[in-house]
Unconditional design. Structure first.
Length: 485
């Protein structure tokens, strides 16, 4: 439905705001009105605040980070539309939820048509778009039309402010998604109203939800591109810190310094002793709680498979208990029933698992879980996430797979690559391994031969862990296509 033009009282308020608002380069784009003199430089935020309406266009709306935010915006009362390069089941889901203005394709003509239908106030894009396609047609169009543009972080902060929500942020190099899912699961089990964004599929929650009765917003705060520095959380849970994203953080010290800056922005935080030592910080007893990774209570009370899962659950229990105000025993009992989340040791068919692990600590955690389940009979299919990362973690790769029964190396999943680096083949990666690992390693491709090899291992009772951090056309997608039926 097209926006109604403002009434005379609203126009008067806009003029009043104009008289007392600092000017910017943004022209008025509310309700498509460009005929009001003196208003062409009024900042858009003032208009939204006065009129209480906003049309948000989400680029890449089918993605795990953008799509759930679009759902939240829709449920929070904003007008929502978007685009994506390709159709998907998730886009079909969004349409069923009432977000029906979605175009497949991202051309100038398509976004212009949507802008003509209902003027766009805010254009949201991903970090990848701004880095890889700075002159993408949608971006160019929005610049030319003086439409407000930002990554998702600025918009989410706007929603948090508008709805007066306290942010519970889950951050860290690894374990963020599982820990976020555990927090959402726990609060749902206790019937505590909450809003959240979960960038993974689960059996117990949609990927994004806004509840008008909620006090808290649970969110996975990603450090990539320093996105998490956009927030000032009420409470932060740090799931584990290593070093990642060398394209953004060229040294470990820069990475650690960014986490230290994030912690300074948090009202309260809970983190592990090992991360305190890595960051070389002196904890503030008033605002920071420090947990011991080797606390005997973790093993004594939590029964989830996998040490990393038990540690993640303990972090959630300790961090949220003051908010929940329930006995720790009751909280742990709920967490012990956590059903898991998509692509985190997710079973495709009996014996065949897919896992999003892509950093050495996370891969070690997935391997520990697999060995806990299957003993020595663990076979791994490895798809490295990014060629750049394989160069970055080459020292860790040496002994990473020493414990497995057999290893199959498929081509790395390529995205956001440093073109100056050599493209490492499967044979190159194999030669980086220890002599012990090389004896059980083979190169492979995503083809029928690998499919038959996997079936043979399954028939002999092996457990197969497929490590795949990619998206479209990845090992994970191939597995679902070949084995899900």
């Amino acid at each position: 439905m097209a926006k109604k033009p403002p009434n005379m009282m609203q126009v008067s308020l806009i003029h009043l705001a104009y008289d007392y608002t600092s000017l910017s380069n943004a022209r008025l784009n509310c309700f498509g009105r460009t005929d009001l003199p003196k208003l062409q430089q009024l900042r858009a935020a003032s208009v939204w605040e006065i009129l209480g309406v906003m049309h948000i266009f989400f680029s890449g709306i089918g993605g795990a980070g953008i799509g759930p935010l679009a759902m939240i915006a829709k449920q929070a009362g904003y007008e929502v539309s978007g685009s994506d390069k390709q159709d998907s089941q998730y886009i079909a889901h969004l349409k069923k939820q009432g977000i029906d203005q979605i175009t497949i394709g991202q051309t100038t003509e398509q976004i212009a048509a949507e802008h003509d239908r209902s003027p766009i106030d805010w254009y949201v894009y991903s970090s990848a778009v701004s880095k890889e396609q700075p002159d993408a047609p949608e971006l160019v169009f929005c610049r030319e039309q003086n439409i407000h543009m930002s990554k998702r972080d600025e918009l989410l902060n706007k929603i948090l402010e508008d709805k007066k929500l306290k942010l519970i942020a889950i951050a860290g190099t690894h374990g963020k998604t599982t820990t976020t899912a555990m927090a959402i699961w726990l609060l749902k089990q206790l019937n505590i109203p909450l809003s959240y964004l979960l960038p993974a599929k689960s059996s117990f929650a949609d990927m994004g939800s806004y509840d008008p009765a909620s006090e808290y917003f649970v969110y996975e705060c990603d450090e990539y591109d320093k996105n998490f520095l956009s927030y000032t959380p009420y409470l932060a849970l740090i799931a584990g810190i290593d070093w990642d994203h060398p394209d953004v953080f060229p040294t470990r010290e820069i990475y650690n310094a960014t986490f230290r800056e994030f912690l300074e922005q948090c009202e309260q935080s809970v983190l592990w002793q090992g991360d305190v030592e890595r960051l070389e910080i002196e904890p503030d007893e008033k605002t920071q709680r420090i947990l011991n990774e080797d606390d005997p209570a973790i093993q004594a009370t939590l029964t989830l498979p996998g040490l990393v899962n038990r540690q993640n659950a303990w972090l959630v229990a300790q961090a949220l208990q003051p908010i929940i105000n329930q006995p720790l025993e009751e909280i742990v009992a709920h967490l012990n029933k956590f059903p898991g989340v998509g692509r985190r040791f997710e079973q495709i068919i009996p014996g065949l698992f897919t896992d999003y692990a892509h950093t050495p600590p996370k891969i070690r955690g997935a391997l520990q879980l697999a060995h806990e389940v299957a003993g020595k009979d663990v076979v791994v299919v490895y798809e490295g996430l990014h060629n750049t990362r394989q160069h970055f973690i080459k020292d860790d790769l040496v002994h990473l797979f020493d414990s497995v029964k057999h290893l199959y190396i498929v081509p790395s999943y390529l995205a956001r690559e440093d073109q100056s680096l050599k493209l490492l083949s499967q044979d190159d990666l194999k030669l980086m391994l220890s002599a012990e690992a090389q004896t059980v390693a083979d190169v492979a491709d995503l083809d029928d031969k690998l499919r038959q090899t996997i079936l043979t291992h399954l028939q002999t009772g092996d457990t197969i862990l497929c490590i795949s951090g990619g998206g479209g056309k990845s090992l994970d997608e191939w597995l679902r296509k070949e084995f899900s039926n």
